[in-house]
Structure formats: C-alpha cells, structure tokens
Design a binder for this molecule. Structure first.
Ligand code: ADP
Length: 462
C-alpha cells in the first residue's frame, strides 16, 4: 500500500478532508433531492396549464350548420401568459386530418400529419426552444375534433436552471466555509497535542522530575497527559532506584577492597614470620570470599530482574528442601552453640525451581543463625495452609523494630550494617528471597516481636 503523502498525514488535514467529504456528500444528496422535486413539480404545473388550454379551447369552439368550426374572437386573450417569454399555441384538427383553426403567441409545434389524442404531455423542440404539447379529442354538436395545445417551457426551464445554480452556489459556499471551519476546529482541538509532544521531546533522563503542564484541552487529552505523567513518575522512581543501587553496590564493593588493600599493606610492612603471612593471607582470602559472594548475589539479582533467571517448574517438597538446608548449615549453628531443627510432618509440595528455592531458604536460615543469640534455637518448619504451601524459619532474639520491617527486603538495607558485615552479610539476601517468592507467585511473610522473628515463604501449592 502506498503511504499517505506527508502533507495528508497530519491528523488535522485528515480530519478536515473527512469532514469536507461528508459535508459534500450530504449537500449533494440534499441538492439532488430538492432540484429533482422542483423539476417534477414544474413539469406537473406545465401539464396542468396545457390541459387547461385544451379545455378552454374545447369549450369556446362553435360549429355552424355546415360543420365548420370557429372561435369567437380572442380566446387566447384571456389565458395567454406572456410573462418572461411564456406563450401558447392552440390548433383544431378535423377528422379528415386537416388543421382547421390555429392561434397562438409562439412558434407552433412541427405539423404532425394527423395528431393522435395523447395520454399525457410531451416535450418537443421548436424554433424558439422547447414546448410542452398535448392533444385531446373534443365533440361539438356531433362533430369530432382534435385539439392540440402547446405551452412554452422557456420560463420553467429558466426557473429550474436558476434553482440548480443557486444550489451549486450554496454547496460551494458551505463547503468552503465548512472546510475552513473544520480545519480551524481541528487545529484548535489538536493544538495541545502538538504542545504536549514538543514538551515531552524536551524531557531527558536528567529532567525526569518534569511533568506535562495542565491545560484545559478535553478529557481525552487530559487522560493522555495523566498517563504520560504517570509513566514519567514511574521512570523517575526506577531511575532513582537504579542510581541508589549503583551507588550502594560500589560502596559495598569498596569496603572489602579497602580491607584487602590495608591488610596487604600491613603485611608488607617489615619482615614477618611465616605464621604472620599465613594469617594475612587468610584474612585476605576471607575478604576475597566476601567479594565473590557479593558479585554472585549481584549477578543473580540483576539476572532475576532482567527476567533471565529461567526458573524451572518441577515438583518440589519444601519440607525436603528445609531438611537439606538444615543439614548443610548445621556446622554454622554448631559454631554458635545453637540448636537447628527441621520439622516437616506433612509434604509441602509446590511447582518451582528447586535450586532457587533452596538458595532462598539458605538465606533465611543463614540470617536466623546470624541474628539469633548464641545457644538459642532455630526452627525450620514446612506444611500447607489454606491451599498454600509454606516453609518458615523461626529464630529467637529481640525481633525487628517496626520501622525496619518493610525496608529489610530492600537491596543493601540492613538494620545494623556493621554487625551484618562482620557476620559476612552482603545486604542482598532478603531481596533475593523476596524476588524468588514473587517469581513463584508467592510472598514472604514476617512475624516478629519480643520473642524472635519468623520469616515465612508462602507459595501456591502444586
Ligand atoms: P544481610 O546480608 O545483612 O543479612 P539480608 O538482606 O539477608 O542482608 O537482611 C537484611 C537485614 O535484615 C539484616 O541486615 C538484618 O538487619 C535484618 N535481618 C534479616 N534476618 C533477620 C533475622 N532473622 N532476625 C533479625 N534481623 C534480621
């Protein structure tokens, strides 16, 4: 399909063209109806007049003893309408086919050898234009005659032509005025759209706080502006989060790097024993370990957010995963003198990615061990409730204050950053847990208070 030429592509031009086309069609239909009705009305009027002439002539006809017809003087004088070139012609024919009487003020219609009585009137061309002709038979005193009458069509034709010209004039005027009006209206209505586009074009990533200005331009355009402003607000929020995340990530990376550097520098200062070097290298490896954990978590999170995590959908028993994680982290709990237990009396089946769910539960159990007091008890339990499967991790401790409850799921948010780092935390654990739960169509619940905290992963049972 050939594209619209550029100048026809603007909405304004297209609205005007459509508008003009519709007006033209309506006006043409209206003019045709008016003109044709007028024409048939005029024709009927002519027929009536020619018929009247025949009646008048028949009534005025006298026949003498010899059977010769005659008119008393001036029969047409009473009826002739000479106005605006109009005129009549009347003639009488006998049965022998001879024209016996004729009178009129216009050129007669061409002589028909023997006119026949006609049903209706007909148009006929004569020297001076067109005439309407009709023939009827009349009986006077047992003699039969044919009366043929003609009326000039000139005034009627003039009237019809005048009406057609007037209709054409009105159509053209309305079309021009309507077109101009339509264009002006479209321009006025669509003006704000152009201004909005112009303004939107000027908004760059650095000016995401800007909004399209309020302008009274109709509900549809207001909706468009609101939708665009909402999009801007969302973009601004996302950009803000991204900037914060980048800043936080750089900060997190810098801490172990600084530690590495200073431990290295201290190690190089002066001669040391082998044991000293071993210790320095050990500390450095710990920092490297933290760095690689951070890098791993950042990568997982960014993959997850970019939608590239490719989660599998396989049947997973959350109780079994809980038992596995408990077994894996038992050493950490032991170091702190804690009792780590898993209770899963009934199967808690879900459909999901086993590895991702295991990692999420590891983060929860790891946190519980980190933030619960030495010698306390950490409990992992799984089951189903109200058609949903869950696995929860309960630990003792002072609980999490209300102001932190929502925020601990944000990336890099920690209640006590120093303590978290000291325990090897990256601040990303809970955000990964939250993402995993949501990617499986579930959520993370948190019950926390004086006695401790419970983090619960709730997923659709499958
Ligand atoms: P981190 O690597 O610091 O543990 P997380 O995202 O896993 O990062 O947790 C965020 C913060 O939430 C932690 O720094 C800690 O302050 C708090 N938190 C997490 N789990 C618990 C818990 N079981 N008890 C008390 N506080 C917790």
């Amino acid at each position: 399909m050939t594209p619209f030429p550029l100048r026809f592509r603007t909405l304004r031009t297209r609205v005007t063209l459509w508008y003009g086309a519709i007006i033209t069609l309506c006006l043409l239909a209206y003019s045709a109806a008016v003109g044709l009705t007028f024409e048939s009305h005029i024709e009927a009027e002519l027929d009536r007049r020619v018929h009247e002439d025949i009646e008048l002539a028949g009534r005025a006809l006298l026949v003498d003893e010899a059977g010769r017809p005659s008119w008393p003087g001036g029969i047409l004088g009473k009826n002739v309408d000479e106005e605006e070139g109009g005129g009549h012609w009347i003639e009488i024919w006998n049965v022998a086919g001879e024209r016996v009487l004729a009178t009129g003020t216009i050129d007669p219609p061409p002589v028909a050898a023997r006119p026949e009585a006609s049903r209706g009137a007909q148009s006929m061309e004569v020297e001076g234009g067109y005439v309407r002709v009709m023939t009827e038979s009349v009986n006077v005193k047992d003699s039969r005659f044919l009366v043929r009458a003609a009326v000039s069509e000139a005034p009627s034709r003039r009237q019809v032509r005048k009406l057609w010209l007037e209709l054409a004039g009105i159509t053209a005027t309305v079309l021009v005025l309507g077109g101009l009006g339509g264009y002006a209206l479209a321009r006025r209505l669509l003006g704000p759209l152009g201004r909005m586009a112009e303004h939107a074009r000027r908004i760059t990533a650095e000016q995401l706080h800007e909004r399209l200005l309020e302008e009274r331009s109709g509900a549809e355009l207001d909706q468009l502006r609101e939708a665009f402003n909402d999009t801007l607000a969302r973009l601004e929020r996302s950009f803000g989060e991204l900037r914060r995340f980048t800043a936080d990530a750089s900060h997190e990376l810098r801490t172990p790097l600084t530690a590495l550097r200073s431990v290295g520098e201290v190690g190089l200062r002066g001669a040391r024993s082998n044991d000293d070097y071993r210790e320095v290298i050990g500390t450095m490896l710990e920092e490297v370990d933290r760095l690689s954990r951070l890098a791993d978590e950042l990568l997982t999170l960014s993959r997850a957010e970019a939608g590239q995590a490719n989660l599998r959908k396989e049947p997973v028993d959350l109780g079994a995963v809980g038992a596995e994680v408990v077994e894996r982290l038992a050493v950490l709990a032991e170091e702190r003198g804690q009792r780590l237990e898993c209770r899963a009396e009934e199967p808690a089946l879900v459909r999901g990615d086993r590895l991702a769910l295991r990692q999420a539960l590891m983060n929860l159990v790891d946190n519980a061990i980190k933030y619960a007091p030495d010698g306390s008890c950490v409990l992992v339990a799984a089951g189903t409730r109200a058609g949903r499967a869950f696995v929860e991790v309960r630990n003792e401790g002072p609980g999490i204050a209300a102001e932190h409850r929502e925020r601990i799921f944000e990336r890099f948010y920690r209640v006590d950053a120093g303590r978290s780092r000291e325990m090897g935390g990256t601040g990303l654990g809970l955000s990964l847990v939250k993402w995993t739960a949501e990617a499986h169509g579930g959520s993370v619940e948190l019950d926390t208070g004086e006695g401790g905290s419970t983090f619960r992963l709730v997923l659709p049972a499958g």
